[in-house]
Ligand binder design. Structure first.
Ligand code: ZN
Length: 251
């Protein structure tokens, strides 16, 4: 039985911790301090660190955690890192013996060019690619690349649980409602998230089913989002995506 816990870090990051009650795996530890604190509190031994991309708020804690616990680190083969790691690429498997699960590595370029995600049904650790009701910024890749990456997530089973790395949901919903004011699922999600956040609880994980209903960046094929984007009637979903990604930058 695996438990998955969010460790809040910085202003709005989550470092996800997976555990069987004895051993632990963390994803994208940008800050070592809250991870060490949680491991101590729960009396866990850190086995493995999974990295999705090279931004400092996702890797800043790696050196200290490795020095302390000797954890193995997995990171994208298409990015370079200053710490020892096992480089993984599309189609590779990361077997976590202690937790009895095996993750598939998916290359999902867009936010960064080498960005990867880790998927083991029903868990998806997607880094800064997909957010609840939103998606990552285009720092390195093109809009088409990011849209294709999101389409791969969209085709995962609807029950897939999506562990995003930032608490951006409320702001993303506000933007999404501007595009789709009549989307009932989005309205419901807004109420649910407002309740969670007022109790200082995470809005995550989300699910693919919920994102398909509410996330404008997974809905670029719909007439509602196409119209809201200002794109021509015959515009492709890729074009619509590029337009709303740009609108979100200025929101
Ligand atoms: Zn990032």
């Amino acid at each position: 039985m695996i438990e998955i816990l969010p460790i809040p870090a910085f202003l709005d990051n989550y470092i996800w911790l997976m555990t069987n009650g004895e051993r632990a795996v963390v994803v994208d530890p940008g800050d070592p301090a809250p991870v060490i604190e949680r491991l101590k509190k729960l009396n866990l031994k850190l086995d493995t660190i999974l990295i999705t991309h090279h931004h400092n708020d996702h890797i800043g804690g790696v050196n200290e955690l490795v020095a302390r616990y000797g954890a193995a680190v997995y990171a994208p083969a298409k990015e370079s890192y200053h710490f020892a790691h096992i480089a993984v690429a599309e189609g590779d498997h990361v077997k976590l013996e202690s937790l009895g699960c095996e993750f598939n590595v998916m290359e999902v370029p867009g936010h960064t060019l080498g960005h990867i995600a880790y998927y083991c049904s029903p868990m998806l650790f997607c880094g800064d690619t997909l957010f609840s009701c939103g998606c990552g910024r285009l720092f390195e890749g093109t809009a088409n690349q990011l849209h294709q990456s999101l389409q791969r997530f969209a085709s995962l089973p609807p029950e897939t649980r999506v562990y995003c790395t930032h608490e951006y949901t409320a702001r993303n919903i506000a933007f999404a409602r501007g595009l789709e004011p009549h989307n009932i699922a989005l309205q419901k999600r807004q109420e649910q998230v407002a309740k969670l956040r007022s109790g200082n609880r995470p809005s995550l994980p989300s699910s693919i089913a919920l994102e398909l209903e509410t996330n404008p960046f997974l809905r670029c094929h719909t007439e509602a989002i196409r119209k809201a984007s200002g794109a021509a009637e015959n515009a492709s979903p890729d074009e619509v995506f590029a337009l709303i990604r740009n609108m979100r930058n200025h929101y």
